[in-house]
Ligand binder design. Structure first.
Ligand code: SAH
Length: 227
């Protein structure tokens, strides 16, 4: 139903993988990541992005760019999804928290690499359609909750890694608390009218926080209801 023939999607997906690999090498000076791992590239190759966009957007489903998903939100650019996933480096046993499920695409990429993914989304319609898509695609290791991700997901904490897919003006303190020692948080930090700073934040075994800036990025805002 509205699906392109598999071969057209396959060709577009192959081209996308080549573009993502090329962009990884072009940005290596900033990111420190000239090549993405086979695991991450395989996840990008297997998650069907065309199933996460509206029918009108399907011709661009495998273009390396963000696309509108309704409610003023966007599905992230595949290169950024790959980069953030690479920086998070979830292992097969990891429990991951995502803030901002949106279309559920990044959720699916994480779920194909980690043991369990929890995702918080503030817009109920997006949360429900993401949940439905992920169920249809047989991802049974994902839980999505409607709420304000600023507070994380305390009942299921602590997490091995946390990914925020919306721009926060500051790092939400609850997310740092809900990160395991040795864990990693990937988050765009900055005002949403400007470019933001993609950061990798680590918590060491003693609970000390170390932060590294990786790349200027542009994300929709992390809306904090308490503001
Ligand atoms: N990862 C998504 C990107 C979605 S854009 C994808 O691949 O499609 C960012 C998402 O963050 C939007 O869906 C937006 O509604 C959500 N968001 C913004 N502020 C939030 C908050 N405080 N808590 C939870 N979700 C939030």
């Amino acid at each position: 139903m509205g699906d392109k023939p598999a071969s057209a999607d396959e060709a577009a997906r192959q081209l996308l993988l080549e573009q993502v690999a090329a962009e990884a090498s072009e940005t290596a000076g900033l990111t420190g990541c000239a090549h993405f791992s086979d695991r991450v590239m395989r996840a990008l190759a297997t998650v069907p992005r065309h199933r996460f966009v509206h029918t009108e957007q399907r011709p661009w489903a495998y273009a390396d760019r963000p696309l509108p998903i309704g409610h003023g939100q966007t599905i992230s650019q595949p290169f950024i999804v790959a980069l953030m996933t690479e920086l998070l480096a979830p292992d097969p046993q990891a429990t991951v928290l995502e803030i901002g499920a949106g279309s559920g695409y990044q959720t699916a990429v994480l779920a194909s690499l980690a043991r369990q993914v929890y995702s918080v989304e503030r817009i109920p319609e997006l949360a429900h359609s993401a949940e439905q898509r992920l169920r249809q695609l047989q991802f049974d290791n994902v839980a999505i909750r409607v709420g304000d991700g600023w507070d994380g997901w305390a009942n299921c904490a602590p997490f091995d890694s946390i990914m925020v897919t919306a721009a926060a003006e500051e790092v939400p303190p609850a997310l740092l608390r809900q990160l395991k020692p040795g864990g990693r948080l990937v988050i765009p930090v900055g005002h949403h009218h400007c470019t933001q700073d993609l950061r990798v934040i680590g918590k060491d075994a003693q609970g000390r926080i170390v932060s590294r800036s990786v790349l200027p990025v542009v994300f929709v805002p992390l809306v904090h209801e308490g503001e």
